[in-house]
Design a protein around this ligand. Structure first.
Ligand SMILES: C[S@@+](CC[C@H](N)C(=O)[O-])C[C@H]1O[C@@H](n2cnc3c(N)ncnc32)[C@H](O)[C@@H]1O
Length: 244
């Protein structure tokens, strides 16, 4: 991702608000944002009610501090893809943050389907575990702390759907790692967030569209909680190791 893209005039309001909040939080020595969002959920959501946990996270993102969760605009697209999976499907997510997408996935994933979520930050993983438990899905999500490149080789596949939502520069190499370790099956769906122009992980998008092993299409979206900022989600269906 190129930092100068965030200097685009359309990003000014976004940048001004975030820079201001980050400055205040640093000066005050505030805990990490994901843990504060977790505490907000504990105060405002109804235990066992996933919708109320998501609503509390949305409120926190709008009224307190922006959260880089998949959010209410792009979330339904992810849910739509989960809805296409067979009963008992296995889902892998790279990048958990504070558990928003994990909760959305579990809401739509037919039991006994389950989710493995890999998160490099132990504090974000803690926030995810607590929020997922608050939503009533503790027994369906396995949160693993570690970097994707370290954790992928330890996973047992295949996964029916993979949600790529960690650092954009890693999308291509991590997808290749998933292929190498046999963690995809023909028909596995790979959903990659933030493939629009502001983030533009070109190497990834070029790869899924030209390597011949995926049927891939872009779906229009907007940046979470900033619906005037365009973004995209790339949805790719794996054809198998020997395609074309
Ligand atoms: C955009 S947020 C994920 C949002 C989450 N999927 C949601 O929608 O609620 C990106 C997360 O990826 C994590 N991350 C970044 N690089 C990673 C890596 N190499 N392996 C695992 N997690 C990573 C970050 O710590 C951050 O929590």
């Amino acid at each position: 991702m190129l930092p100068w893209r965030f200097l685009h005039p359309r990003m000014w309001a976004f940048n001004a608000r975030n820079t201001f909040h980050t400055l205040i939080d640093t000066l005050q020595g505030a805990p990490p944002r994901a843990l504060r969002a977790r505490d907000y959920v504990a105060r405002h959501a109804t235990p066992g009610d996933a919708d109320s946990v998501l609503a509390a996270l949305d409120r926190y993102a709008i009224e307190e501090r922006w959260l880089m969760s998949v959010g209410p605009e792009k979330g339904p697209l992810l849910s739509e893809m989960i809805g296409r999976l067979p009963d008992g499907a296995r889902v892998l997510e790279l990048g958990a943050y504070c558990g928003y997408s994990a909760i959305m996935i579990c809401q739509r994933l037919a039991p006994p389907g389950n989710l493995v979520s890999v998160e490099v930050s132990s504090q974000n993983a803690e926030a995810t575990r607590d929020n997922v438990a608050a939503a009533g899905f503790a027994d369906r999500v396995d949160v693993r702390v570690g970097s994707s490149s370290d954790e992928i080789p330890k996973l047992q596949g295949p996964f029916d759907l993979v949600f790529l939502d960690h650092w954009k520069d890693l999308y291509k190499t991590d997808l290749q790692l998933l292929e190498k370790h046999g963690l995809l099956r023909p028909g596995s769906i790979v959903v990659a967030d933030n493939t629009g122009d502001l983030f533009s992980p070109h190497a990834y998008v070029d790869y899924v569209r030209t390597c011949g092993r995926y049927d891939s299409e872009s779906r229009e979206a907007s940046i979470e909680y900033y619906s005037h900022l365009p973004d995209a989600v790339e949805v790719s269906v794996y054809r198998g190791p020997d395609a074309p």
